[in-house]
Design a protein around this ligand. Sequence first.
Ligand SMILES: [Zn+2]
Length: 314
Amino acid sequence: MSGQRGSSAACSHRNTFAALEVERSAEYRDDAAWLAAQRAAPNARFVVFDAEQRAPVRDDRLLWLDARAVPAQARASLLGLDGDAPVFLLHDLGGVSLPDAEWITLRDAGLRLPSSEAGLLAYARGLANWQDGMRYCSHCGGDLHLISAGHRAACARCERLHFPRTDPAVIVIVEHGDACLLGRQAMWRPRQYSTLAGFVEPGESLEDAVRREVREEAGVKVVDCDYHSSQPWPFPASLMLGFIATAAAREIHLADGELEDARWFTAQQIVDGVRRGDLRVSSPLSISYRLIEHWLLARAGIVLDEVAREAPGA
Ligand SMILES: [Zn+2]
């Protein structure tokens, strides 16, 4: 079934936040002497966020702090090595100021920064999100403290270890014949449609999650699905796992109330709708956009970026 579905590896690298060039260097996370030397190294770089979780940029490039700008007592977590340059997440800005910086959200970073910098920020933000929630042990209520260069939390009372969590979610473009299934939630901006998505539940395979979500949200039976690509989505801790699925039939029943509308769109209907402004697809930031892009190209030879450029207000 997957003859025209293209290379997953190539597609995955195009997903925003998926292009991390930093080597995580996990084997050094418990080496205190190595960490101290790296922290003080002249080529060390520190990623920072402000209290609103925004990152500093200048001319659409990420601004780093170097070791001279970072107080010796400031808490920092090792993100890894960029070539031979150690990269850290600085936990708070303290008294450090960046007068010329423009502070932007991670979503804006995904649209504006080079892919490797957006990927690094997503990694740093995901780790910081987890650390921010690690105050008390979920087992005994004791105080937690970070160990392993910020990648583990240990309980001071029961010594239990806590690990960063990632929440897998499936996202799927469902096709039947010459059309694909897109849906919209009532809270979205008008005329926006997206691929269907939902969190994976305990004890569930990814394929079963695809079948369940499509059935629950649209009442459509999936008979087959193939993996496409993945995208880190640290808002706060998701990993989006993209699939292309085939439906048994086109009848739609909005079963669980999550969607306000779901429809089958042919490639031409997507093109016409986007050009006229009757249809908005998700941001190019999202794997939803990449799945629709992939489907249009594979099924109709249409390049979504070119169509989107012709949209009103694009
Ligand atoms: Zn505990």
